[in-house]
Design a protein. Structure first.
Length: 159
């Protein structure tokens, strides 16, 4: 597979950004592994790495401080759309996010944005259902203490 251009599409606010500085570390039929620095500097978040789980509607990222302290695992519920020749991949954020902290606690974000996007017809019934079902599966994996066994092994080979 050739190295694709990666785009992040958001519904709220409406934007599509080329992730030109993300470094692709590995590509398989199941996932794309990247490392990156923040696009917009944050108080704590400095850099991270991400795994695009191409068949799970998830992008799981590790967020780090400048001194490499793991802040959390940030799980974006997404949809993926390849162009015809697979030279670019658009990852659309389906708004629901789940943060998993090193102590195994977690937080669900942006349920209000999902409801707003659906009300304003920015997201279809099908994509809203996909977002909710994917979040439900992810939460069940967290409840069953399976998050690290299912979603983190691809990161193990990274420095």
């Amino acid at each position: 597979m050739t190295t694709p251009a990666l785009y992040r599409k958001r519904l709220i606010p409406n934007e599509c950004i080329l992730l030109k500085d993300d470094v692709i570390l590995e590509i398989t039929d199941d996932h794309i592994l990247t490392k990156w620095n923040t696009l917009r500097p944050k108080k704590i978040l400095h850099h991270g790495d991400s795994c695009y789980y191409l068949h799970k509607n998830l992008k799981v990222s590790r967020f780090y401080t400048e001194d490499n302290f793991l802040i959390c695992w940030y799980c974006d519920i997404v949809s993926y759309e390849w162009n015809d020749d697979k030279s670019s991949l658009v990852t659309t954020d389906l708004l629901l996010d789940i943060l998993v902290y090193p102590d195994k606690s977690f937080k669900i974000l942006d349920m209000d944005e999902l409801a707003q996007a659906h009300k304003e017809k920015l997201i279809s019934d099908e994509l809203m259902q996909r977002s909710l079902l994917t979040a439900n599966l992810l939460l069940n994996n967290i409840y069953d203490d399976m998050f690290s066994q299912i979603y983190t092994p691809v990161f193990d080979a990274l420095p």
